[in-house]
Design a protein around this ligand. Structure first.
Ligand SMILES: CC(=O)N[C@H]1[C@@H](OP(=O)(O)OP(=O)(O)OC[C@H]2O[C@@H](n3ccc(=O)[nH]c3=O)[C@H](O)[C@@H]2O)O[C@H](CO)[C@@H](O)[C@@H]1O[C@H](C)C(=O)N[C@@H](C)C(=O)N[C@H](CCC(=O)O)C(=O)O
Ligand SMILES: Nc1ncnc2c1ncn2[C@@H]1O[C@H](COP(=O)(O)OP(=O)(O)OP(=O)(O)O)[C@@H](O)[C@H]1O
Length: 492
């Protein structure tokens, strides 16, 4: 329990003493003893849910002056510009947990989940209690609690950090989305390290153009004064930032050996790919060493060097970290391979941008001797400009293309598939199948044992959103079932 009086003073409100349990932004999550915070959002007005929150047991309301509502409930605190003050309120409410944790923020278009999981696994390998927060959920990477957003709201985030703190977690690797940065969800967080993976086309429906998208990511490095800044030197966006800004305690990683004079570095070279994974030489400011890891794709080597650079920058020992690399397992639905003797290898991956799809396909071409088939689709009610680009990425990098449904949402799946196929130079070579299960079966039935099938776009998800329904469907489970059935000769 916390005294609301002690918290509200930080946003200059003089309130009587009142013991409360939690802050809640969503009326549906309010339980007896909580405080409901009503703010105007992108589509709804939190004010309209005040009565619902009271019904659910809210014992105090804090509302934005802009909210429209009718309520004579007391205490009801009206605050102007509440959205701007909320991070301070939330962080004070939960006793500023980021100040006692080693909080690491990872941003970039692709690789955030993988990099955060690698950081947490490697830190754990070095005996530091660690957790992640991101698209996959929060908590220990092997036992995650699901989240609605990749980067939770400022209120949920401070609550989660405080919970992890009380579970004696020391290092928290969290994904920081561009939406999270712009919407101030991470404001008032103290980051020990900020890590950049890469920038490519995504979320233009929200940010409008690439420059604004890039500027949103830059906030993590410029506005938060992290103790260590870790940048992918091979990425165009990072290169531009390096020309324009001086970053304190900079560590560069990647292939290029071009770190600014005052920066430390982690570079990889002599990369070898096999069906067992990847190996390379590392040249670092902490010494040179060979690494081996059971991961697929050069991009995972980027993620791994980002994770190593971060932990080295925080003082973890190189040799122990490298020993940990050999033990790493793929993150759920991230280049996760499934195989059965005599059957094509199936790889489930979350690639859902043109860039990620191309890279995932190129990666598989290097690791296996046969051809590569690609099963993919595009989400409905999202950036339509991406659809043709996804088709081009598949056509340029796969031997066989099967276009199917992703999460069609309110759109007709066949219309989305037609938009995607419209981006192909040779549409006659692609197989179009709106039923995702049938599309996967088709790919398996039309591949040889030397081939690999990339099933892209949904990764760890175990549902499809069709219309307004969430249908149970898990690529990983379905692929495993089909491979087993095929081995027993009963593929339907
Ligand atoms: C467009 C957008 O980003 N919306 C985010 C925003 O919601 P909002 O404040 O605009 O919400 P709203 O729906 O207008 O509702 C207004 C208020 O009424 C409240 N409410 C609403 C309904 C109700 O029954 N009771 C109730 O109290 C809401 O909790 C909210 O406080 O703030 C909320 C709290 O932080 C977020 O959960 C929500 O994310 C929505 C669900 C979302 O889909 N966001 C996506 C675009 C997003 O943020 N994605 C990134 C990842 C991107 C990536 O893949 O890299 C992410 O970090 O998740
Ligand atoms: N460093 C990288 N560069 C480019 N592509 C990558 C990289 N790492 C992973 N990918 C690809 O992007 C997909 C998503 O990876 P991951 O979940 O780690 O990224 P993310 O940034 O967390 O994305 P999201 O928040 O949407 O989950 C992977 O399945 C893989 O295909």
């Amino acid at each position: 329990m916390r005294d609301l009086k002690d918290i509200l003073k930080y946003i200059e409100i003089d309130a009587p003493s009142q013991l409360v349990k939690h802050l809640r932004l969503d009326s549906r999550e309010v339980t007896p003893g909580d405080v409901f915070v009503a703010i105007k959002g992108h589509t709804l007005d939190g004010g309209q849910f005040i009565n619902k929150a009271i019904e659910n047991g809210a014992i105090a309301i804090i509302a934005d002056r802009l909210c429209e509502f009718e309520s004579s409930f007391e205490p009801l605190y009206l605050v102007s510009e509440l959205d701007k003050k909320l991070p301070e309120l939330a962080s004070r409410f939960y006793s500023q947990p980021s100040q006692t944790l080693d909080l690491i923020g990872v941003t970039g278009t692709n690789g955030k989940s993988t990099t955060t999981a690698m950081i947490a696994h490697l830190a754990q390998f070095c005996s530091t209690e660690s957790a992640i927060i991101g698209t996959l959920g929060y908590g220990h990477p092997d036992n995650l609690i699901p989240l609605i957003n990749t980067t939770p709201s400022t209120v949920d985030l401070q609550h989660i950090l405080s919970d992890l703190n009380s579970q004696h977690k020391k290092l928290i690797a969290m994904e920081v989305s561009s939406h999270g940065l712009v919407q101030q969800r991470v404001a008032k967080c103290q980051f020990k390290a900020a890590v950049f993976t890469n920038l490519s086309r995504d979320h233009l429906d929200y940010h409008g153009d690439m420059a604004s998208y890039g500027d949103a990511k830059l906030m993590l490095f410029r506005d938060f004064e992290p103790q260590v800044v870790v940048l992918n030197q091979d990425d165009f966006q990072a290169e531009q930032w390096l020309e324009k800004y001086d970053f304190n305690n900079l560590i560069c990683y990647g292939r290029k050996n071009l770190a600014p004079k005052n920066a430390r570095y982690v570079y990889f070279s002599d990369v070898e790919y096999s069906s067992e994974g990847i190996s390379a030489q590392l040249s670092t400011s902490w010494g040179d060493i060979s690494i081996k890891s059971p991961l697929f794709g050069e991009f995972n080597l980027y993620n791994l060097t980002a994770a190593l650079a971060t932990l080295l920058g925080l003082g973890y020992p190189l040799e122990q970290l490298v020993a940990g690399c050999a033990q790493l397992q793929p993150v759920a639905g991230r280049m996760q391979a499934f195989s059965q003797a005599g059957m094509p290898t199936c790889v489930v991956d979350y690639a859902h941008t043109p860039d990620a799809l191309a890279l995932a396909l190129q990666a598989l071409q290097l690791h296996v001797p046969g051809g590569v088939s690609c099963v993919f689709g595009c989400g409905g009610d999202r950036d339509k400009g991406k659809r043709a680009l996804m088709a081009q990425a598949a056509e340029q990098n796969a031997n066989k293309i099967i276009i199917t449904s992703d999460n069609p949402r309110s759109e007709n799946p066949d219309d989305i598939i037609a938009d995607v196929a419209g981006g192909l130079t040779h549409p006659q070579n692609a197989h179009l199948e709106a039923d995702r299960a049938a599309a996967i079966r088709f790919a398996i039935e039309n591949a040889t044992a030397d081939d690999v099938i990339l099933i892209a776009g949904k990764g760890h998800e175990d549902y499809q959103i069709i219309g307004d329904k969430r249908i149970d469907f898990c690529d990983r489970r379905y692929v495993q079932e089909q491979l087993k059935k095929a081995v027993r000769g009963i593929t339907q």
